[in-house]
Design a protein around this ligand. Structure first.
Ligand code: COA
Length: 160
C-alpha cells in the first residue's frame, strides 16, 4: 500500500493545501495529513481546531486521515510505518528550505524520502499567514480558503 504523510502547520488549511491533498488522494492509497507545530510560529488556531477544520474540508475524500504529532516528523513516520513525505512547492523561494528539511529528514531516517508537488499557479502566492493578515484588515479572502475556514478566521478575529 502506498501511504504518504503530508506534514505542515495548517494554521489554517488553505485551498492551496487542499489542492495538494486532493491530488495526492488520487495518486496514493492513503494520505495522512499531519498537523505539527513549527516552534518558530505563533498560531491562530489550536492543534485541535486545525484538525477539526482539516477533517471538515476533507471528509469527502475516503483515503485521507488527519492526525497530529508532537516531536520529530521522522519519529511519527517510524512509529506509523510511513516512508514518503509529500510537500508542495509554490515557488523557487520554497526550494532552499524544503531541500534542507528533506535532507535533514533523510539523515535522521534513512528510509524517509520527500516528494514535491508543484503548487498550482493560482495558489503559488498563497500562505496561511497572508490569508490571516488580509482577513485581519477586513480584506476579501473568498476563494483562498474553504468557506468553513473563512468563517472560523472571522470568528477568531472577532475575539481579538
Ligand atoms: N498552498 C498554500 N500554502 C502553502 C502550500 C500550498 N500548497 N504549501 C505551503 N504553504 C504555506 C503554508 O500555509 C505555510 O504558511 P505560513 O508560513 O504562513 O504558515 C508555509 O507555506 C509553510 O508552512 P508549512 O507547510 O506548514 O510548513 P512549516 O514550515 O510551517 O513547517 C513542518 C514544516 C511542520 C513540516 C516542520 O516544521 C516539521 O517537520 N516539524 C516537526 C519537527 C521536525 O521534525 N523538525 C525537523 C524538520 S527537518
Amino acid at each position: 500500500m502506498m501511504k504518504v504523510v503530508y506534514p505542515g502547520t495548517f494554521d489554517p488549511v488553505t485551498n492551496g493545501h487542499l489542492d495538494i491533498i486532493e491530488r495526492c488522494s488520487k495518486k496514493f492509497d492513503k494520505i495522512i495529513v499531519l498537523v505539527l507545530n513549527n516552534p518558530s510560529k505563533k498560531h491562530m488556531f489550536s492543534v485541535e481546531e486545525r484538525i477539526n477544520l482539516l477533517k471538515d474540508v476533507t471528509h469527502e475524500l475516503g483515503n485521507v486521515e488527519i492526525a497530529s504529532f508532537t516531536g520529530l516528523l521522522v519519529d511519527y513516520m517510524k512509529e506509523n510505518q510511513v516512508e514518503l513525505i509529500v510537500r508542495g512547492l509554490r515557488a523557487v523561494s520554497d526550494f532552499e528550505y524544503e531541500m534542507q528539511m528533506a535532507l535533514m529528514n533523510n539523515r535522521l531516517y534513512d528510509n524517509a524520502e520527500t516528494l514535491f508537488l508543484i503548487a498550482r499557479n493560482k495558489y503559488s502566492y498563497l500562505s496561511s499567514s497572508i490569508v490571516k493578515e488580509v482577513a485581519s484588515f477586513n480584506g476579501n479572502i473568498k476563494g483562498l480558503v474553504p468557506e468553513k475556514v473563512e468563517l472560523a478566521i472571522k470568528e477568531k478575529l472577532k475575539g481579538v
